[in-house]
Write a protein that binds this ligand. Structure first.
Ligand code: NAD
Length: 469
């Protein structure tokens, strides 16, 4: 099938490359010329596992890049809109990019098309897209609007797209449903996963992902409700972690006992410095705003957001209680991306924490396996960036772990201890076992667990010194 994907960001580029991988002919359209020229020269502008391989495999054959939206729409049967939907100042989703795409494609709709919302949008957006396209001259019977929310996670986006838990398709008639079913058929039939060239199948993959057919409004709501639920799970366990700290329980043990209940499940029970990224913060605000607009005060979401902010404040308090005064302290920081596996720093808790520490007068040397260049653009010259974890730790008063990169889970601890001025680690992602850290000579703070330190220090320090609440 011939497909246009509008937007070559984290979602659009992955969607385009994966549809090409499934055998479709795809044009990815963007209005950012620098991104387009990088893509045309074979560069992959984002850090995402397997994406460079797919771009190399299909670019110039089944995958093209263009700035000519109208031409591309004329030649396609399905048009996926994957542009950004950031937060407006009042918390609502700013849908101006979506509107501008709808306006522009209107003139190119002559024979039948399905216009598909891939971006995360509030309920009722599909009706607005329809109105805008018709208002700008398209024949109402020459197109349908569908909602096909994207559930990929940055860091495993390609695998998530090609081996999804489910595919949600919101439509208003059979004609558009048939086109979307056909587009995803290589996934729902299992044909793709049987190909010798398929990207490695994750162990958690569903044999045959279900395509869930809904109304457009339900599909729009499914996406907002999914992200709100996942964020709630994170804030819930962070609140539990706070109680654990107060009563001297171990949140990891609690997670183990909680997550093995099949009704709850272990995923997203990760206590830490809170969620970030380009989705949860803005999607929760947008869901809150759209619920209010339609007469429901979704106060649960206010609390989820409040706990998330509080989590960063509590972490900063932990840094203070570990180091006493902060002005002039030199801190090593591991992690800048909002989570491991990506170079995305949008709403990254690491960046927000670094900014707060800079304001308190700390000097910071940071390391991230993929996000350094993006972080440099927003942190400017106030932070020194290092080439590896040990350089970040060199001569620092303490080391902060702020992103859950796999490589941070297996650091050479004796070497780290030698690099640091004081062997103090403040772990915002619970990557290490507290007792092991103490045995290795570290004073170690984490989330929802009691601080630990080597025996010779523990016996000489009053208990209040270790209090972090
Ligand atoms: P992004 O900011 O990385 O990419 C958006 C792209 O759209 C940019 O390259 C921009 O230049 C382009 N664009 C904007 N206006 C355009 C126009 N008029 N014509 C052509 N191109 C245009 O955004 P993203 O992270 O890919 O997210 C896109 C949407 O998908 C958002 O609604 C987001 O909430 C949703 N989403 C994101 C993720 C994620 O993990 N990033 C996951 C699921 C859903």
């Amino acid at each position: 099938m011939r497909v246009t994907v509008v937007g070559s960001g984290y979602v659009g580029l992955v969607t385009g490359a994966c549809f090409a991988e499934l055998g479709h002919y795809v044009v990815v359209v963007d209005n950012d010329q620098s991104k387009l020229s990088a893509l045309r020269e074979g560069e992959c502008p984002i850090h995402e596992q397997f994406l460079p391989e797919l771009l190399r495999r299909h670019h110039g054959d089944r995958l093209m890049f263009s700035d000519d939206l109208q031409k591309s729409v004329r030649e396609s049967v399905a048009v996926f809109i994957a542009v950004g939907t950031p937060s407006a100042d009042n918390g609502e989703a700013d849908l101006s990019y979506i509107e501008s795409v709808a306006r522009e494609i209107s003139g190119a709709i002559s024979d039948y098309k399905v216009v598909v919302e891939k971006s995360t949008v509030p309920v009722y957006t599909s009706e607005w897209i329809r109105k805008i396209i018709v208002r700008n001259g398209a024949n109402p019977s020459s197109f349908d609007i569908a909602s096909n929310p994207e559930f990929l996670r940055e860091g495993s986006a390609v695998t998530d797209f090609l081996f999804p838990d489910r595919i949600v398709v919101g439509v208003e008639n059979d004609r558009s449903a048939t086109i979307l079913r056909e587009l995803y058929e290589p996934l729902t039939s299992g044909l793709y996963s049987r190909q010798p060239y398929s990207v490695p199948i994750p162990t958690t993959a569903h044999a045959l992902p279900r395509l869930i057919l809904t109304s457009t409004k339900s599909a729009e709501l499914i996406k907002h409700a999914s992200n709100a639920f996942l964020a709630t799970k994170i804030s819930f366990i962070n609140a539990v972690a706070t109680v654990c700290e107060s009563v001297g329980a171990d949140v990891q043990q609690v997670c183990d006992g909680l997550g093995t209940d099949s009704r709850i499940g272990p995923r997203f029970l990760n206590p830490g410095v809170g969620y970030g990224g380009s989705c949860f913060p803005k999607d929760l605000s947008a869901f809150r705003a759209v619920a209010r607009e339609h007469g429901y005060e979704f106060r649960l979401l206010d609390e989820v957001m409040r706990i998330n902010e509080d989590q960063r404040r509590r972490f900063l308090k932990k840094v203070r209680s570990a180091l006493w005064t902060l002005r002039g302290k030199h801190l090593g920081v591991l992690g800048l991306a909002f989570k491991g596996g990506t170079d995305d720093i949008r709403e990254s808790p690491a960046i927000l924490i670094i900014r707060a520490l800079l304001q308190e007068g700390c000097a910071i040397t940071a390391y991230d396996p993929a996000a350094t260049e993006r972080a440099r653009e927003v942190l400017h010259s106030n932070v020194t960036f290092s080439a590896n974890a040990y350089e970040a730790a060199a001569d620092a008063d303490a080391l902060l772990l702020l992103t859950d990169w796999e490589e941070f889970e297996s650091l050479d601890l004796p070497r780290l201890a030698r690099e640091l001025k004081y062997p103090i680690v403040i772990d915002g992602r619970n990557l290490y076992d507290p007792q092991r850290m103490a045995d290795q000579g570290f004073t170690y703070y984490s989330v929802g667990r009691a601080p630990t330190m080597p025996d010779h220090l523990a016996s000489s320090v009053p208990k209040e010194y270790l209090e972090t609440r």
